[in-house]
Write a protein that binds this ligand. Structure first.
Ligand code: FES
Length: 364
């Protein structure tokens, strides 16, 4: 009998409906979080469930589930304590934090305490290097921890308490967090309003303010809405858009002096926001910058002879064993040879290319 309830299936349908019909396999990542929310890990039954609802095979699901460390392959505790031991945190004491917890809890990496409360793992960069050393509990941050502080957190958890993270929402269990990671809102009253950003996070904003750099329309005080508020705002925006009359067509302006009869349409400014931002910060960014002293610019512009490339590609394709599913691992050798011949013919016809080898190897 399946461990997954009708509610799980309903949620699975909701997740899949977020993606275009012909892209439903993109729903696999949230679906894996969904099955993890039921069992605390991605079990063989969870893999089978995802495969069934997405029309994939179990090997395809398993390949994804075993690639990402957030999908656990054995039962986990209520609280996943991840200690960053990557470079920045390590030099600031992350390894001492990890070693202290491991010794105190009597578990190693990816192991769970006998009471089933805590699973410990070391992590390689939790993307909060400016708060190092950091640890997370179910992906909520405890910044600038030291061994004693970390011990205090895990002891409070084992005693049934829920210490407040330094930033972000209040703690929940790993299964509850997996529901959120599957894309469902944290419905606890006021949960999303907990915790504010830390000062290192705001440093860029402060510098932008100091230097008068701003993004049009950005409101730093934009409130974080609850799901109900967001749904209501979306419904209002939709109703407003539907009620709005279609804009009247632009009057056609007289033809320009060029004699063109096409309407005078202003070319859209298609620069990306990143380019505009860069130009705002450095208005003369288009000025050529001299090479750094000692830079060597290659001057040999002779292209390699196609015959060498052709031989190398053919040899590479021949050496590729077929993939396990029976499809060829590389491109078909005949097609590559045809493409190369067409490229050679094209270059010859243009007369613009470098010396090109013919089929017989004669340089033209
Ligand atoms: S090195 Fe620890 S968060 Fe990046």
């Amino acid at each position: 009998m399946t461990v997954f309830t009708e509610q799980t299936r309903e949620r699975a349908r909701e997740i899949i409906a977020r993606y275009p019909a012909d892209r439903s396999r993109s729903a696999l990542l949230p679906l894996l979080h969904l099955v993890q929310s039921e069992e605390g890990y991605v079990s063989p039954a969870g893999v089978e469930f995802c495969a069934e609802v997405l029309g994939l095979n179990k090997a395809q699901v398993g390949a994804v589930a075993t690639f990402y460390t957030m999908y656990k392959r054995k039962p986990t505790g209520d609280y996943l304590v991840s200690v960053c031991t990557n470079t920045m945190c390590n030099v600031l004491g992350g390894q001492e934090v990890y070693d202290t917890l491991a010794e105190h809890l009597g578990v190693g990496h990816d192991e769970t305490t006998a009471d089933g409360k805590i699973t410990l793992e070391h992590a390689e960069c939790l993307a909060a290097c400016d708060y190092g050393p950091v640890m997370t509990v179910n992906y909520d941050f405890f910044d600038n921890v030291d061994p004693q502080g970390a011990l205090g957190v895990v002891e409070e958890l084992r005693a049934g308490g829920r210490p407040m993270p330094t930033r972000g929402a209040r703690l929940c269990t790993l299964k509850e967090m997996a529901v959120q990671l599957a894309g469902f809102a944290d419905e606890r009253d006021g949960a999303v309003a907990d915790g504010g950003p830390g000062e290192p996070t705001l440093r860029g904003l402060r510098l932008a303010e100091q230097h008068g750099i701003s993004v049009p329309g950005f409101d730093p005080n934009t409130p974080i809405r609850s799901k109900a508020e967001a749904d209501k705002a979306a419904a209002e925006a939709k109703a407003k858009a539907e009620a709005k009359p279609a804009p009247a067509p632009e009057p056609v302006k007289p033809a320009a002096a060029t004699g063109s009869t096409a309407p005078d349409v202003k070319a859209p400014d298609d620069k990306s926001p990143q380019v505009r931002t860069a130009e705002t910060r450095q208005p003369d960014a288009g000025t050529a910058v001299a090479d750094a002293p000692g830079t060597k610019v290659p001057t040999d512009t002779t292209a390699p002879a196609p015959r060498d490339a052709q031989a190398a590609e053919s040899a590479g394709v021949a050496a590729n064993p077929p993939a396990g599913d029976g499809k060829p691992a590389g491109d078909e050798a005949g097609a590559q040879q045809r493409n190369l011949k067409e490229a050679e013919a094209g270059a010859g016809a243009n007369g613009a290319g470098p010396a090109v080898a013919s089929e017989t190897g004669v340089q033209k």
